[in-house]
Design a binder for this molecule. Structure first.
Ligand code: URA
Length: 211
């Protein structure tokens, strides 16, 4: 597994406003969108491309275009949905699949409650979206889900990660070089309720309200 922590003053600034409990949902959603667009630039550094011949007004030349098949962007419902527009802004031709996973609040195990993805992901490059890498249970389950269906490489894009979640990921798939994790920041720890500290609270609730 390869970890990339975005190190940029704009990311740090937007993250600070995002964390603030006084930041209301409309601003929160906008900031998530902007942050993901910044992270998407890093996350797509190894997106697959192929040569493409064009003619400019001056001459014929060969550039590059995204290769087929196009990447698949997979938000993990519910909170990952808030990251979709920011990601597809840079990858407008990507396909989008959905994975509904949630944490059983008693066992803390990840449960898949919905999926809308091709059964066969052979050779596909996947970008998994989940804002909070907390215990890591959901992300490990989602990554396994994609690799089991043949995904060729997987990049998880998260806003915040806890060291505990990163360790679980490292223990589960540390030797997989085809797995990359891109985060805006690594926080201090998890609290007794498995919330990231200092964190930003419940990302789904802050994006969409409590339901
Ligand atoms: N999920 C969240 O939304 N926030 C946390 O701090 C941990 C998991």
């Amino acid at each position: 597994m390869r970890l990339h922590v975005a190190d940029h003053p704009l990311v740090a600034h937007k993250l600070t406003v995002l964390r603030d409990e006084n930041t209301a949902s409309p601003t929160f959603r906008l900031l998530v969108d902007e942050l993901v667009t910044l992270l998407a630039y890093e996350a797509t550094r190894e997106v697959r491309v192929e040569p493409h011949a064009i003619v400019t007004p001056v001459t014929a030349t060969v550039g590059i275009k995204l290769a087929d098949p196009r990447p698949i962007v997979v938000p993990i419902l519910r909170a990952g949905l808030g990251m979709l527009d920011g990601m597809t802004r840079l990858l407008p031709t990507a396909e989008v699949g959905f994975l509904g996973m949630k944490r059983d609040e008693e066992t803390l195990e990840a449960i898949t409650y919905a999926n809308r993805l091709p059964d066969d992901l052979s050779g596909r490059q996947c970008f998994l979206l989940d804002p909070m890498l907390a215990t890591g249970g959901t992300l490990v389950a989602a990554i396994n889900y994609l690799f089991e269906r043949g995904a060729r490489d997987v990049t998880a894009v998260c806003l915040l990660a806890a060291p505990e979640g990163l360790k679980l990921l490292e223990d589960a798939m540390g030797d997989r070089l085809d797995l990359k994790v891109v985060v805006a920041a690594v926080d201090e720890r998890l609290n007794e309720k498995s919330y990231i500290v200092p964190g930003l609270g419940d990302a789904g609730d802050r994006l969409y309200g409590v339901v």
